[in-house]
Every structure is written in C-alpha cells, then in structure tokens.
Design a protein around this ligand. Structure first.
Ligand code: CP
Length: 320
C-alpha cells in the first residue's frame, strides 16, 4: 500500500472527510470513556516536529497517539541537530530511519510538510504550515459543527478576521465547501489575501453583513507575529470593525455557534462575552481536536476501517 499524507484539505473529496469525521465521532467515545487506552496503533511510532509554538495541536496529537497505543515521540526542535545546521529533509530522513510511521510537522514555511513528504517513507501530517493550511484544525471545526447540525447542507459559515495570514481559514474554506456548506469571509482590505475572489466563497464588506443569517461564526486569531506594521490603525479599531461581539451574534441566526481555533486574544478578534457565552463551542473544539487527530492517525495507518467495524476487538480498552 502506498503511503497517505494529510497535507491540506484542498481537493480532498467529501467521502474522505466524512470517513474521518465518522471515525472521530467513534474515537470521541473512547476519549470520554474514562479508560483512554486502546491497542489500535500498537507498534506504530508517531514523531512530532513542531518548529512553531503550539499548545492545542501538539498536545492533542501526543494524547491521540498515546490513547491509540502508539509510541509518541516529541522532537525538541531547539536542542536537536536543526540548531547545528541539519536540513529539514535530513532531519525528517533521520526519523524515517528510526522507523517513523507518521511524522506530524508544524513549520513557518508554507509547503514544508509537502517537501518532507516527498523525501520520507512515513506518512506526513501538516499541523500548520505558514500561510497555507491547517487541515486537522478544520476537521475538528467541522466535527464540532456536524455534532450540532448533523449536516452541512445549506449551512452558512462566516469566517471573520485576518484571512490573509490564516491557514485555518484556508483549510476551512476547502473542507466546508467540499461538504456542501456556504462560506462567507470578511477582513480588512489589508488582511484579505490576493486572489480571494477566486476562492469558492462570498466576500462580505462588514462583519454584520458576514454574520447575517450565519449558522456559525469563526473568529480568527490576529496573527501579529506574521504581520508587517500598518495593516490596521490599532487593535481597538480592529476590534470595532472586525471583532466578534454581541452585535455580530445578534445579526446571525438565533442558534448561531461561535468558534475560534485558539489561542484567543480576548478584546482583539473576539470579546470575552463571546468566548465564554452560551453560543460558544470553543471548549468543545479543543476536546474534538483529540478525537479528530485519533481518527486521522488511524486513517493514515490504514486502521480506521478495522476500528469502525461493528463490535471491533480494536475498540476494547486495554487494562490500565
Ligand atoms: N489552533 C491551534 O493550532 O492552536 P495551537 O497553536 O495551540 O496548536
């Protein structure tokens, strides 16, 4: 069997996204069972290479791999040979020779996961690359929406904020539209990517216009570390025109759900009332992140079908 990578959601068909979400829904039962250990990936090694900071993605991949019974190895990038001049490809090949089955990589350069996927036998998962994609974030966002709605058909999702620097926005645009949802995006002109008019989305001029009749609103982190100065006059002005707050919720459907990939800059792209309010599913997104990553690890190692079989022995929790 040739290896499968998960480098992005662009071009990934509805059937595969559905399969991963179905898998995640079942994996969530294991996660919430109180005995978080099955043997599905026993004998497999999952290496985590995070060249940018991460709390949610790195720790949830680590937890996911361990729950499934795999060996999870977090590469400490700073003390590793990267600092001694080793290239990214040589580092990844080294993990290949250690019999890595899966390499999870986050990198500031768009395309870095694709580059190492071309040079390794291990399956590669993109955990966020530059301005390109963050596919497992969009999958966990979609699981959270599907749990609430059951379907994506005719659902409207508004993505508001720094679209230009957001790999989360890109993955959600490709994933949600593949699943039949309608996506509207809204950003200041300086934070709207070139070519946005070629995306399969509607572009709204104001946040209230974007939120009108929305079933879900995704706020995006203001990525100050990736921005040149002068993209907007001040954080308070940005919040006034593009921040998620009550007026945006009021413009949407009555049962709108508020989502954010985290980490949240309270008072910048979203206010505290919206983060902690009744519409927010931000904490549910974090839980679903582990379930989705369990499903993705199982899918890439060819184990998901075995897990999903009715009465599969592989769902049995291992004695602790
Ligand atoms: N959403 C997300 O990618 O969060 P982390 O940066 O904490 O992994």
């Amino acid at each position: 069997m040739s290896k499968i990578d998960l480098l992005g959601l662009e071009g990934v068909p509805q059937e595969i996204i559905t399969k991963i979400l179905d898998g995640a829904a079942e994996m969530k039962k294991v996660l919430l069972s109180g005995k978080k250990k099955i043997s599905l990936l026993e004998g497999k090694s999952v290496f985590l290479m995070f060249y940018e900071p991460s709390t949610r993605t790195s720790s949830s991949f680590d937890e996911a791999a361990k729950i499934l019974g795999a060996n999870a190895i977090s590469l400490a990038v700073s003390p590793s040979s990267v600092k001694k001049g080793e290239t990214l490809i040589d580092t990844a090949k080294t993990l290949d020779y250690m019999q890595a089955d899966i390499i999870v990589i986050r990198h500031s350069v768009s395309g870095a996961p694709e580059l190492i996927a071309k040079h390794t036998k291990a399956s590669v998962i993109n955990a966020g690359d530059g301005l390109h994609e963050h596919p497992t974030q969009a999958l966990l966002d979609m699981l959270t929406m599907r749990e609430r709605w059951g379907t994506f058909k005719d659902k409207k999702v508004a993505i508001i904020g720094d679209i230009k620097h957001s790999r989360v926005a890109r993955s959600n645009i490709w994933g949600l539209t593949a699943m039949g949802a309608k996506v509207t995006i809204c950003a200041p002109a300086t934070l709207m990517p070139a070519g946005a008019d070629t995306f399969p989305v509607t572009i709204a001029r104001t946040k209230d216009e974007a939120a009108l009749d929305a079933d879900a609103i995704i706020g995006l982190r203001l990525q100050l570390e990736r921005q040149d100065k002068g993209m907007f006059p001040s954080v308070s002005e940005y919040h006034r025109f593009y921040g998620i707050e009550q007026s945006v919720i009021d413009a949407a459907k009555k049962n709108v759900i508020i989502m954010h990939p985290g980490p949240v800059n309270r008072g910048a792209e979203i206010d505290s009332n919206s983060v902690d309010g009744v519409h927010s599913l931000i904490n549910e997104q974090v839980t679903n992140g582990v379930a989705v990553r369990m499903s993705v690890l199982a899918y890439l190692t060819g184990k998901l079908d075995e897990f999903l079989k009715p009465n599969s022995q592989k769902r049995k929790v291992m004695p602790l």
